[in-house]
Design a binder for this molecule. Structure first.
Ligand code: PEP
Ligand code: MN
Length: 336
């Protein structure tokens, strides 16, 4: 492995890098030219976490010499599995998270939650704090929404996931929420990510609207490097020149992050497509490509939904989807 050191790197940053490298059974040789400085790492570099290494201040770039060899760290490393109540995300499991975009009322969230549970969903989603493009759109029921989500959890015994928007809400989320969602718009809210790195709670990190895979993984690194290793990635479509769909689902990103990290990755077909008619097929494609699960919006009355009705599937359709996924999962080697 060859690492290129940034010009004018401070001694302190070099020390930090050396301290990290000293944890491994490797040696390195410095090659200093007039304009550039590289270190050649010799020995078993397979245990070095590439994403973590790239996050050091001193590093400009990293080049693996044995790109596809058996030393590839992510081929050999055990995949991260994250336990949430009775559910395990990652490994051989295909986890289905379902529920409305937003919590709207007690009747709405409890009735949707019960149907989703009956049809085989593992985890209940529902937004209480909604990040809306327009300040005049429904912003979520906020704390009342969180209370209603907890009621739905009691009724169905499903773990719950909901989106956090600010650091000051962390204590309440740690107390009541099973998975904390960081939305696409907050993927690079580094202050929030650092704070989430200090807690012991699974974090679902959505890919930013226009984020590269590298930027997304670096954001994950903010949480991981703080000590919280329970990060789940979520591909939710990216902004491209195409306008027919709300976003462009980047299924190859699922494969890319599997090559580059050990973290579980799930797909959000609802925000990717923006159209309910595409949600079932994209969900099946996500399973086929090797994703660790999906997060899908389900609503009992999409025409009247306060947020994201056009991309929400009705419970009956969700049942059909679950039936299909159950048939496909064994072929892919996943448990559902
Ligand atoms: C959501 O899950 O409801 C949501 C707002 O998603 P995203 O952050 O991916 O837009
Ligand atoms: Mn939504």
């Amino acid at each position: 492995m060859i690492i290129k050191i940034k010009p004018n790197t401070q001694d302190y940053d070099i020390e930090m890098l050396k301290n990290y490298l000293n944890e491994f059974d490797i040696e390195w040789q410095e090659v200093k030219g007039k304009k550039a400085c590289v270190w050649c790492l010799i020995g078993d570099t397979s245990k070095i976490d590439l994403q973590h290494l790239k996050s050091f201040n001193a590093i400009e770039s990293v080049t693996k010499i044995q790109e596809n060899s058996k030393c590839d760290p992510y081929e050999n490393k055990p995949k991260t599995e994250i336990k949430v109540g009775n559910v395990t995300i990652g490994g051989d499991n295909f986890t289905v998270i379902a529920g409305p975009c937003s919590v709207e009322s007690r009747e709405q969230i409890i009735s949707i939650a019960m149907e989703c549970k009956n049809y085989g969903a593992h985890i209940l989603r529902g937004g209480a704090f909604k990040p809306r493009t327009s300040p005049y759109s429904f912003q979520g029921l906020e704390l009342e929404g969180l209370d209603l989500l907890l009621e739905a959890k009691k009724v169905t015994n499903m773990p719950i996931i909901t989106e956090i928007q600010s650091v000051d809400m962390i204590p309440r989320f740690v107390k009541d929420v099973d998975i904390i969602q960081v939305g696409a718009r907050n993927m690079q809210n580094f202050h929030l990510l650092k704070a989430l790195g200090k807690i012991d709670k699974p974090i679902l990190l959505k890919r930013g609207l226009s984020a590269t895979i590298e930027e997304w993984l670096m954001s994950a690194e903010y949480i991981l490097s703080g000590g919280n290793k329970k990060v789940i990635l979520c591909e939710r479509g990216i902004r491209t020149f195409e306008t027919y769909t709300r976003n462009t689902l980047d299924l190859s990103a699922v494969l890319a992050v599997k090559e580059l990290s050990t973290l579980p990755v799930i797909v959000d077909p609802s925000h990717s497509a923006g159209k309910w008619s595409m949600v079932e097929a994209l969900s099946k494609a996500s399973l086929a490509v090797g994703a660790d699960g999906i997060i899908v919006e389900v609503h009992n009355n999409p025409d009247c939904a306060l947020c994201d009705g056009p991309q929400s599937i009705k419970p009956k359709r969700f049942k059909n989807l679950m039936d299909d996924l159950k048939k496909i999962a064994p072929i892919i080697g996943k448990k559902l």
